[in-house]
Design a protein around this ligand. Structure first.
Ligand code: COA
Ligand code: MG
Length: 326
């Protein structure tokens, strides 16, 4: 282990994160009663420019009046290049109590973007006498943001999570796709010519590099990596495949842009009973191994060692977090 200890951010369940446009207040109660771990009320791209002021009012009212239960509640503020962002921060903090947990900052490009919102948030909190600090969720969705992702992850003590914003990222990198998330038929490999045999075409995952890079940057800073949206909300199998491949790389949650995606995201990002009981067996076996003075032993014909303890502990801890939230 390095002498540098990575301190984990404030621990929260973040298996599913529901996007709710601030301009559609009729959805707020439904979101609060649903099963998403985190809800973000959106002031940014789901709200048309003409609706920005009203959406902000709706969101402030909703933070104050709706019973959000034990859910984590976030507001996606507008980008730093817009004329809306400063007032999003000021009005939301000044006109609400302590209920809000997080700000989601879109299109973060440099550490200075995070610094600027941190400074403004801090002033507003201090002026209000708010003692509960608002945490930050940062969307990595531009070429600039991805090229600075490691530094951005460390830019503020408020940082809790990094999110991969696939659609804006595609636009920013000029990737040849117009869908929101999912595979791209252009991104694949054709098997070699082998006489007259038919050749196979294998689809690849064009987002692999971006998601992996963000996961590493997030984990190295103790933050949660979260995969962003999958636009085709009628395609549950497609959503599940995308969520599984993000989870396989280390993401611990995925956005839901429609209620039908929430339970899928929760399911994919919860360890199964079998995984949890296997993790507990690993912990028991390693406890015994350590008593016997051994660093590595076999369990069911497979090697387990000290690294296995950490993997198993992550699984057992997550299961305990989920049980506590029920
Ligand atoms: N939060 C809470 N409830 C929602 C919801 C959301 N984001 N999206 C839909 N619902 C509700 C609908 O009100 C409807 O409820 P009802 O059965 O009581 O009438 C039910 O879920 C089914 O909705 P449906 O009719 O299939 O969807 P829609 O046509 O009303 O809306 C979208 C579809 C995609 C426009 C809508 O889901 C949406 O705005 N999602 C968020 C998009 C977003 O924020 N994008 C920015 C981040 S990428
Ligand atoms: Mg975006």
């Amino acid at each position: 282990m390095s002498f540098t200890i990575v301190e984990p951010a404030h621990a929260r369940l973040n298996r599913s994160e529901l996007a709710v446009p601030g301009s559609r207040p009729e959805l707020f109660e439904k979101a609060a009663k649903g099963s998403a771990d985190v809800i973000f009320l959106d002031l940014e791209d789901a709200v048309a420019p003409g609706d920005k002021v009203q959406a902000r009012k709706n969101v402030i009212e909703a933070i104050n009046d709706i019973d959000w239960g034990t859910k984590t509640l976030s507001v996606r503020i507008n980008g730093l290049d817009t004329p809306y962002m400063y007032r999003d921060v000021i009005d939301v903090i000044e006109q609400t109590g302590d209920r809000l947990d997080l700000f989601m900052i879109p299109k973060v490009g440099t550490t200075s973007d995070v610094y600027a919102v941190d400074m403004l948030t801090t002033q507003c909190e201090d002026a209000k006498g708010r003692t509960k600090r608002i945490g930050f969720e940062l969307i990595i969705e531009t070429a600039l943001g991805m090229s600075n992702v490691e530094a951005i992850a460390h830019a503020s003590k408020r940082n809790e999570s990094l999110h991969f914003g696939v659609a804006d990222y595609a636009a920013s990198t000029k990737a040849r796709t117009t869908v929101i998330g999912g595979p791209n038929p252009l991104y694949g490999v054709l098997t070699d010519i082998d006489g007259d045999k038919p050749r196979d075409y294998h689809w690849g995952d064009m987002w692999h590099f971006a998601v992996s890079r963000m996961v590493v940057a997030a984990r190295a800073a103790g933050l949660r990596p979260i995969d962003g949206p999958f636009g085709d909300f009628k395609d549950g199998d497609g959503f599940r495949a995308q969520a599984n491949r993000a989870a396989a790389l280390g993401c611990e949650g995925k956005w839901a842009i429609h209620p039908s995606q929430i339970d899928l995201a929760n399911e994919v990002n919860s360890p199964s009973e079998k995984e949890v009981s296997q993790a507990k067996r690993i912990l028991e076996a390693m406890e015994q191994a350590q008593k016997d003075g051994q660093g590595a032993v076999s369990l069911d014909g497979r090697l387990i060692d000290i690294a296995s303890i950490k993997q198993a502990e992550v699984m057992v801890k997550k299961a305990a977090q989920i049980a506590a939230a029920k």
